[in-house]
Design a protein around this ligand. Structure first.
Ligand SMILES: [Fe+2]
Length: 224
């Protein structure tokens, strides 16, 4: 498995192109903004982009979906059904954050509508990308339709904004729910072995074991 990281947007979001070296098939996880560097990486490495996988619909994770899908229209656009309202609200999200309409262009937030989802993925569904197999797991709590992707053979879980190194996703935005998020992480991420790499939506990678032991939201040291 090859992973190319692009840190994007003012929110320092981790956009990743994950590819199978043997077949050149690839997915993009969370295209944060419409940057040519991501599309050029796919083209220059002669990758076959089979899907754009959306962990959740916040603007820093989906702002580049329309751009990327225009360049690679055969790629499926995949998300969870419960995330559709947030996904479709992309153009309104900056305004909900208090950004005024005249600020949208200078801030790079004058988004196009995201493309139609190709289909909705179910909890437990597996996407084959060449020799790679990504299992989608529904992990609500940061948002209602958040998903994580588990590649069991590669011992890696892509956690979006559920789980970060040393902390967890915020739950104060619409649709957020702290106890639901903790339950999602326990069930879907901490159920994996300690050596699994956790590739987060922001910040550095970590491991399941490190988070189980050190993350204050998961090891019992933080109480609401
Ligand atoms: Fe988010």
């Amino acid at each position: 498995m090859e992973t190319q990281l692009f840190v994007q947007t003012a929110f320092q979001q981790n956009t990743r192109i994950v590819s199978c070296p043997g077949t050149r098939k690839a997915i993009c996880i969370d295209p944060g903004e419409p940057l040519r560097s991501v599309a050029d990486y796919i083209a220059n490495n002669e990758l076959d982009l089979v899907a754009i996988c959306i962990t959740h619909g916040h603007l820093d994770h989906i702002g580049g979906t329309a751009f990327l899908h225009e360049r690679f229209p055969d790629a499926e656009v995949l998300l969870h059904r419960d995330e559709e309202p947030l996904y479709r609200s992309l153009r309104l999200q900056p305004l909900a954050m208090g950004i005024e309409s005249h600020q949208l262009v200078p801030l790079g937030m004058d988004y196009d509508d995201p493309p139609e989802p190709t289909r909705f993925v179910e909890h437990g569904e597996v996407l084959e990308v060449g020799d790679l197999k990504f299992e989608f797991r529904h992990c609500p709590g940061h948002t209602p339709g958040h998903i994580v992707l588990v590649e069991h053979q590669q011992r890696t879980v892509f956690t979006g904004d559920c789980l970060f190194s040393g902390t967890i996703g915020r739950t104060d935005l619409p649709g957020g729910d702290h106890s639901q998020l903790i339950g999602s992480i326990r069930e879907n991420v901490l159920s994996l072995d300690d050596d699994f790499t956790v590739a987060c939506g922001h910040g550095p990678d970590t491991t399941v074991g490190a988070e189980r032991e050190n993350n204050p939201f998961l090891n019992g040291s933080y109480r609401m």
